[in-house]
Design a protein around this ligand. Structure first.
Ligand SMILES: [Zn+2]
Length: 406
């Protein structure tokens, strides 16, 4: 049976669309590989237990997985597995069925034919999404996964109905006169977002001071956020699966921390620069905590929204201390930024002054000619083919690149 047939059959049973199911099937293969595993192993990946059960039952039925019983022998304090319960415990010799001193758990193992199908599917995806010229860059990135830190921009939050930087600013145009509105939109369209906010502060009848702008940004983020559960429509789980020490972002929202709670079964407090005083602590803990360089929506005062805020932030010692302290020898992977924005270019140049080194960025439909500009900035591009008429194609392209890094 082909993967297409498998997906078609199972998607009807679990009532998921085929793309979402494929993501779940891929996670299954990545997480458990060829090990024997209990179904609970998969609940950290935003898949509920009843869906996992149905998927596993279908895989069993079609011969893509086998069932095992893992048991914990209390008499000898050993753990082992059996194919059926009429077998004898390999440690104390009692028949497992009806014995009282064994804790028995239903477990599964994926068959190699299933793992091969998933592997082929990934290979095909890479062929579709990766622009061939950038294959050597991807290989280079693959060799640096140990020191990798994802650096997330607004694009990562878009699948959760949060506006991009530009759209967020367009929402704030109320209170501007017609002439000023035109000028404001003009600045936004150039991607000069912080200047747009400075402009707003000067000319808006409504947002006379920064704290009103920040409050409104907080309201917009809170109001618009919808937790997207279809795994083929966002990249948060893909990013968490990189299992990096921490994650950097300029986003204010807490989407990553929201998913991180399920992923790790505990709440990991997101950090802002002001709360990061003990860098050694941060280096030691590996909790994947999210560091919000430009502030967090729960603390509106921490949010960097105007050119003034921004200039002050990057002149202050705290950010130099943090970037120098935790970023030396790290490789950043920028996801969800548009390198065409003035905002990103400036941000990157500032960060680069403190940390140097070589970093990577995933860019849709990049022409090798434009790649030159990035390389001059020591930013190594991974260009991917994205069909702009297909809503989730960029997400899928990013997914395909990240899958190569596990
Ligand atoms: Zn035993």
């Amino acid at each position: 049976m082909s993967l297409t047939q498998l997906i078609h059959t199972v998607s009807i049973k679990v009532q998921l669309n085929e793309e979402d199911l494929l993501e779940k099937l891929k996670i299954l293969a990545e997480v458990v590989k060829d090990e024997i595993f209990p179904k609970e192993r998969l609940t950290h990946y935003n898949i509920d237990l009843s869906t996992i059960e149905t998927i596993l039952n279908e895989l069993l039925r079609m011969g893509f997985a086998s069932k095992y019983f893992t048991y914990d022998c209390e008499d000898t304090d050993s753990v082992d597995f059996a194919v059926n319960l009429n077998e004898k415990c390999a440690h104390c010799g009692q028949t497992l069925k009806n014995s009282e001193n064994h804790l028995i758990n239903e477990s599964y193992k994926l068959n190699s034919i299933y793992l091969e199908l998933i592997k082929d599917q990934k290979k095909e995806n890479l062929k579709k999404y990766l622009i061939d010229d950038f294959r050597p860059n991807l290989e280079k990135l693959k060799s640096r996964t140990k020191k990798l830190i994802p650096f997330l921009g607004a694009g990562v939050s878009i699948p959760f109905r949060l506006p991009s930087w530009g759209d967020l600013l367009r929402e704030l145009e109320r209170g501007l006169s017609d002439t000023n509105r035109e000028k404001y939109i003009d600045i936004i369209n150039k991607g000069d977002y912080l200047r747009a906010l400075s402009f707003l502060k000067l000319y808006s009848g409504l947002y006379k001071n920064e704290s009103m702008i920040k409050k409104e940004i907080k309201n917009i983020i809170k109001r618009k956020y919808v937790k997207e559960s279809n795994l083929s429509h966002h990249n948060i789980i893909d990013i968490l699966k990189l299992d990096t020490q921490f994650i950097l972002t300029t986003n204010y929202d807490n989407i990553v921390s929201d998913f991180l709670r399920d992923y790790r079964d505990e709440f990991i407090m997101p950090q802002i620069l002001e709360t990061l005083d003990d860098l050694q602590d941060l280096m030691d803990d590996n909790s994947q905590k999210v560091i919000h360089l430009h502030g967090n929506v729960e603390i509106p005062n921490s949010m960097i929204v105007t050119k003034d805020d921004y200039d002050k932030l990057y002149e202050a010692n705290q950010i130099k201390y943090v970037l120098n302290g935790i970023m030396s020898n790290r490789t950043l992977l920028f996801i969800g930024f548009s390198f065409e924005d003035e905002y990103f270019k400036d941000l990157y140049d500032k960060i680069f002054t403190y940390i140097k080194g070589e970093h990577f960025i995933i860019v849709p439909n990049l022409h090798p000619f434009d790649a030159e500009e990035l390389l001059r900035r020591h930013l190594i591009p991974i260009g991917i083919n994205v069909n702009k008429n297909e809503k989730h194609d960029f997400v899928k392209g990013i997914k395909t690149v990240l899958e190569e890094l596990y």
